[in-house]
Design a protein around this ligand. Sequence first.
Ligand code: RM4
Ligand code: MN
Ligand code: MN
Length: 412
Amino acid sequence: MENWERQYQVLAQVLTDRGLDVDAIKQQIKSLVIELPSWAVGNSGTRYGVFRQAGAARSIWEKVDDCAKIQSVLGVCPVMASHVNWDKTDDGRYEPVRDYAAQRGLRIGTVHPNTFLGQQYKFGSICNPFADVREATIEHFVDCVRITREFGSKAIGIWLADGTNYPGQDHLRSRKHRLFDGLKALYDAMDPDMTLFVEYKFFEPFFYTTDLQDWGMSFMMCSRLGPRARVLVDLGHHASGVNVEHIVSILLDENKLGGFHLNNRKYADDDLMAGTINPLELFLIFDQIIDATFDPTTAATARAVCYMLDQSHNIEGSLEGMIQSVMNTQTAHAKALLVDRAPLRAAQAAGDVILANRTLMEAYDSDVQPLLKQARVEMGLSPDPIVAFRESGYLRQIAAERGAEGLGALGG
Ligand code: RM4
Ligand code: MN
Ligand code: MN
């Protein structure tokens, strides 16, 4: 028996003694699906440069292959999120991508329109002062609805790069009206069973104003659009010190939380691996979500939350970076499943600050790795997906097939 198996048995007994249903917890671990972003495989970089990776995906087919490989070691990522401009065939088609993904055991998840690559977007897309740019953007939106259908997906995730750089550059209230009109055009073009995720970000690529700058703006737009519009929280899109789990709790309570772009930040939109810089924050976010699953007024929203990675792997291998991020997310989720909620509520109601905080932190301090390993083994997987990935020799194989340019010390 492996060491972790013994640890699992002890943990399972402790949890059972506490009145928790260990099988139900494992079931929740197994069913937390995380979408893999097609745009995170392959080479990515910063504005200063790109460190090339051996065997980096060169085509949409290779991106699908890489996501399928990641899924084969994780088992909870059968979905690839898409950025429309980068995920089509050379002749501009999407169905072959969907079909190829299906052959590899993947479906296409959230479809992301692109309103930031193009000369026309200098002053924004739907908030642009020029009507022709706004109209062309709406045409792109309508096309994205068609693409979403062709992909067999039911979700569109919109992030707008719209903003201004200088005071006085544009009329801010007019931009707000243009923003709503553009989003409404997209919302109205969607099929009745499609959901729109509206993402916000406080700055970048513009620096004076950003039209969808915070959760309040996103929430306001979604509320006015209707029930199929929900807020998407990208963990890297807040200023330092912002309490993201508090935002999450409010959005859950309003039944307006749609999904996440998982990553981690130290300073700005750093797109680092999820759970690396601030694992406590990720745990506290999941704590809010799990807590909401026990409340009948928020349970459906909490259960329907869509999780995606949105990262940029600059120095770590992109495939290992994605695997590690999913594992870190699973760790935070599993810890949140262990929170002893009845004593926590009792301590809160009694104003016992110390006991309340201790009760929450007890879950955070628990070692959930044996539980995660057991859940993976029950799914027919290796207990450690990074080890399984390394042992598979996949990096060596793609480096040989696709070219070994830039192969580093850890290249496979
Ligand atoms: C943005 C935002 C979007 C992503 C683009 C590439 O900062 O996070 O979700 O699609 O970057
Ligand atoms: Mn994002
Ligand atoms: Mn971002």
